[in-house]
Write a protein that binds this ligand. Structure first.
Ligand code: TYD
Length: 221
């Protein structure tokens, strides 16, 4: 039996983690073999790369866009080889928090050329694509406010995490790129309005996930 590969995408603060948790809990309750992972950081190497990637602003040295791009793809190559492909080969449902669409949206918004993304994608993915991508769509103006509130509630250490106009503009471009991806891949990408109440978003996601699982031979009731 071949597994099922599902990714979840969206701008920061769109509720990805909450929905991923709810979906994975539901799948566990149904008793399905499940691998839940994320990018960057789904392997040991990936966690080292993640640290480097997310600390890029703290170091005082910014990573040049090509270096950053290669780090994300290094993370992805290792993740595919060590986690995603083996789990799919074992017939598992594989649920991944962020995947290639994030690179196309974020690094694309940072100015990386489409042709570079295509070449790296060919090299690393070798044709593997998620069967379903859940895209949680939300205006960054709202989603980033959520992130700010969350960071503030984490205490003084994070209290300075404020998004300025340039960052907001960047996240708007990220969102637009996600929307273009959804438009170009309507069969793969489920575009979900993420401002609805959590339970409603969860139900909308399940309405897209359940038929896919059923067709792959997994029970959904
Ligand atoms: P993370 O803390 O996982 O954020 P979130 O909870 O929003 O997923 O950080 C991941 C960050 O890395 C996020 O800002 C998106 C970014 N990213 C890229 O820029 N390119 C990529 O290919 C991936 C996978 C993530």
């Amino acid at each position: 039996m071949q597994g099922v590969f599902i990714t979840i995408e969206g701008v920061e603060g769109s509720g990805k983690s909450t929905q991923l948790l709810r979906l994975s809990e539901r799948l566990r309750r149904l008793g399905h073999p499940l691998t839940v992972s994320k990018e960057p950081g789904g392997t040991f190497l990936g966690r080292e790369l993640r640290r480097l990637l997310l600390e890029r602003h703290a170091s005082g040295e910014t990573w040049c866009p090509d270096a950053e791009l290669l780090l994300f793809y290094a993370d992805r190559a290792q993740h595919l080889e060590k986690v995603i492909r083996p789990a799919l080969a074992e017939g598992k449902i594989v649920l991944v928090d962020r995947f290639e669409d994030s690179t196309r949206a974020y690094q694309g918004a940072s100015g990386v050329a489409e042709s570079a993304l295509d070449r790296l994608s060919d090299l690393v993915l070798k044709g593997l694509r998620p069967q379903l991508t859940v895209l949680l769509d939300m205006d960054p103006e709202v989603s980033l406010q959520r992130v700010e509130v969350r960071n503030l509630s984490l205490g003084a250490e994070f209290a300075e995490t404020r998004f300025d106009e340039a960052e907001l503009d960047f996240h708007r471009r990220v969102r637009n790129r996600f929307l273009v991806i959804a438009k170009n891949h309507p069969n793969r990408v489920a575009l979900i309005p993420a401002r609805d109440p959590v339970a409603q978003v969860e139900a909308t996601i399940w309405a897209r996930v359940a038929p896919l699982l059923r067709s792959a031979g997994f029970g959904v009731d």
